[in-house]
Design a protein around this ligand. Structure first.
Ligand code: C5P
Length: 312
């Protein structure tokens, strides 16, 4: 039985604008999503008997709440179901193992990364010729952030999350990454609850004209100071109100020298942009030891790759 392993990165959103509410209950978004160097290791091993299993362990993150979550609600499992449909293999079986390093309920796309890793691995095993559009549609059926992570690198994400475009073309030179300090206050936030709360608020949910384009340009040029002037998250004020500690951590990162700070996705993680890796390490050392924190770099031109199929 063949095995494929994928290192699937988590993400932060450098911008996240909410343009409106859709008839299907989702929100119309415009977001620059950027994978970061914090990886889930997803291994998929074929099985001939059609059974699907999922085993998740944590490395530096607490996975205990996943133990009570039914298999059918876990994004890695949903990704197997989506690939069974997309590849016309209703009885396709596999053992999936996930080593998690992205904190859960942090707005850093950990569950979406698990799904993207499974999709990438099963494409390699079951349907290497699966057209890109079908592959991404399978991801969109699993979760709104999944197609962007399947595509890899810095992505402009629109619609519910299903319309994705890489900011870099293959001809672009690899830009310098940004260094970030990420802080997770060790509680999970429900994305659905945040969006519901946003609907009841009157906060500004979009940037001024042209600001997201400035952010996109700063990604291409690797200019962290320019990027720090265009960070925006329309969910932030709502999450700060629901969970005041997110605002406190942003303030602390700013005092310690972060160029700019932002909530990641729907939270609860926040991040600060640093001038350099050394600066990020220094800022991290000032954080209280009881919070989860990490220094990561952005992956503006990173593409998720399947290692395998290998026959053990
Ligand atoms: O697509 P996903 O399952 O990740 O979304 C989780 C929840 O976040 C949805 O149930 C919805 O309440 C909210 N959401 C939204 N608009 C989006 C993405 C997510 O309202 N574009």
């Amino acid at each position: 039985m063949r095995i494929v392993t994928v290192e699937a990165p988590g993400k932060v959103n450098l911008t996240l604008e909410i343009l409106g509410k859709r008839p299907d209950g989702y929100h119309e978004l415009r977001s620059i999503l950027m994978p970061v160097s914090l990886f889930e290791t997803v291994t998929v091993r074929e099985r001939a008997d059609g059974v699907v299993t999922l085993r998740t362990t944590g490395e530096g993150v607490d996975c205990s709440e996943l133990e009570t979550l039914p298999l059918e609600r876990q994004l890695a499992y949903k990704a197997v179901a989506a690939m069974r449909r997309a590849c016309g293999r209703p009885d396709g079986g596999c053992d999936v193992t996930v080593v998690k390093r992205v904190p859960i309920g942090a707005g850093m796309g950990g569950g979406s990364a698990d799904a993207a890793g499974v999709l990438c691995a099963l494409r390699a095993l079951w349907a290497p010729k699966l057209p890109e559009a079908d592959y991404l549609a399978a991801g969109a059926s699993v979760g709104s952030d999944v197609p962007a992570l399947q595509l890899g690198g810095a992505v402009l994400m629109e619609g519910r999350g299903e319309r994705v475009r890489r900011l870099l073309t293959p001809a672009d030179p690899a830009p310098a990454p940004f260094w970030l300090v990420v802080v997770h206050p060790r509680f999970a936030v429900s994305t659905r609850a945040v969006y519901e709360a946003v609907d009841a608020e009157n906060f500004r949910l979009t940037q001024q004209e042209g600001v997201w384009e400035n952010c996109a340009r700063s990604v291409l040029s690797g200019d962290v100071r320019a990027a720090s002037r265009s960070l925006f998250n329309g969910l932030q004020r709502t999450v700060n109100r629901l969970h005041p500690s997110t605002e406190r951590f942003c303030t602390a990162l700013g005092k310690d020298g972060a160029l700019s700070t932002l909530l990641s996705g729907s939270g609860s993680a926040v991040f600060g942009l640093a001038e350099s890796q050394a600066d990020a390490e220094r800022i991290r050392r000032g954080l209280p030891p009881e919070v989860w924190s990490n220094v990561v770099q952005t992956l503006p031109d990173g593409v998720m790759a399947a290692h395998g199929p290998l026959v053990p």
